[in-house]
Ligand binder design. Sequence first.
Ligand SMILES: *[C@@H]1O[C@H](CO)[C@@H](O)[C@H](O)[C@H]1NC(C)=O
Ligand SMILES: *[C@@H]1O[C@H](CO)[C@@H](O)[C@H](O)[C@H]1NC(C)=O
Ligand SMILES: *[C@@H]1O[C@H](CO)[C@@H](O)[C@H](O)[C@H]1NC(C)=O
Ligand SMILES: *[C@@H]1O[C@H](CO)[C@@H](O)[C@H](O)[C@H]1NC(C)=O
Ligand SMILES: [Ca+2]
Length: 440
Amino acid sequence: MFSSKYILLLFMVEATDGLYNAARFKPAIQSSIFYPYYAYLGVDGNYSSDGLEGHCQQTQKEWNPWWMVDLCGQFIIEKIQLTNRKDVYMNEQTALRLRNFDIEIFQKDPRQLSTFPDVAGQVCYHQTDPLGPGTFNFSCPVPIIGRYVRLIMRNVTEILHICELEVLVRSFSAEELYFNKVMDTKMTGTPFDSVNVDGQMVCAQTCLLRRSTDFCTAFNWVTSTNSCQLFSVNPFLDLSANLLSDPGTYFNIQNLALATEPGVKEILLGENTQTEQEFCEASRCGCLEKLKSRLDSSKLWLFKRSDVYKGRRYYLSQQDPISRSEEAMATCVLYGGYLAEIEDLDEFNFIKIFIQKFSGFRIVLIGATDNAEEEVWRYRTNNTLVPSFLVQSRKYGTLANCLYLYDQPGWLAVDDSCYYTNPQYPTRFLCEIQEDDANC
Ligand SMILES: *[C@@H]1O[C@H](CO)[C@@H](O)[C@H](O)[C@H]1NC(C)=O
Ligand SMILES: *[C@@H]1O[C@H](CO)[C@@H](O)[C@H](O)[C@H]1NC(C)=O
Ligand SMILES: *[C@@H]1O[C@H](CO)[C@@H](O)[C@H](O)[C@H]1NC(C)=O
Ligand SMILES: *[C@@H]1O[C@H](CO)[C@@H](O)[C@H](O)[C@H]1NC(C)=O
Ligand SMILES: [Ca+2]
């Protein structure tokens, strides 16, 4: 059907009015279902408090019923806004059913605990008396960091139903988000806003920036017009009836299922109680950052580094009197580059000035070979010809298939063996690596 892929964005929320609702459109579950009043109706963004209008969740009548929302990220939770049912059903004021309840918060999924659902989280709010109709704000005694928010009635056999619950979080919280991208497809209907921006990633960022205010969860990116159409829809509902084929349009929708996969879910704020390993698994981004910093520091042990030249740097190996050309190439590749490929005089002069700052070697391996055709020197990555000014007219023949810059005269290149060892001519190798400033 549709081909798709994911983009991951790490989202730092900064809402203007201080608090925002992190619960809307998040995955919700409950102890049982009174069909069809599913758990998601507690966070569907419709506050209608007449149970018969179909926007309140409802459980069966049972012992200690509960309802829980997964915020898909760790948040600093300050307040809960609860909209209770208001309708009277068969002479019973339904709002009075909600009593002896706790609103509690967990950092980890309490369903993993063996005694679940009989477990206790950090209590944000407790009430014994029947609540009654209306919309209420409950402030936690202190802000609580957590991801799962559960409403549970205790010591009663009752029906649990609420119409909407907002989890109001402090304006600075972290959340891991995935978007599912569907090619050549658009979502129909009226976007809540439509803007022209420079690219699909900017469109994604625009949607993120409008999550806390407009609950943006999906967007169409129209390549031909650079148009970014923003939608606020529940990503758990079946939207297939609203999707149409449209070449050149990309439909992106938040994929919360991925965020709830084990291993990619926990980003802790505040005190980090995870081990490094757990943190790494929890955050792909953190993992990449760590790997990147490891490579960066290893690179500094191995090489002397040049200034930036046309978006790249040159790295001169520090301690290898013997030349092993394949290993040298592999090392350059590991760090994201290749053995230096000198295209013109400017580049040659830059390199010459750089390597002349150091001593202790007389020849420097670069990335060319003539093993395909004797004396026709080509660079290894794409077979481009080496410019003729660079190569001295020394010819060591078919056993000398690698090219080295040679200090006599003036670092022009000579051929020699690809595995080379001669104490009179200590060697180095030179990598060329693009400066990579891409974020993880
Ligand atoms: C909430 O749902 C009711 C009943 O389906 C509907 O009439 C109303 O327009 C909805 N409100 C919002 C804000 O979507
Ligand atoms: C609850 O608090 C939020 C945020 O401070 C506020 O926007 C909202 O109006 C309050 N709700 C009620 C029912 O007072
Ligand atoms: C529920 O009942 C038990 C046993 O009587 C009691 O210990 C507990 O405090 C009660 N919990 C609530 C929330 O009322
Ligand atoms: C081949 O590599 C050289 C040197 O890195 C580069 O200038 C050139 O654009 C490349 N050519 C192709 C066809 O990729
Ligand atoms: Ca609702």
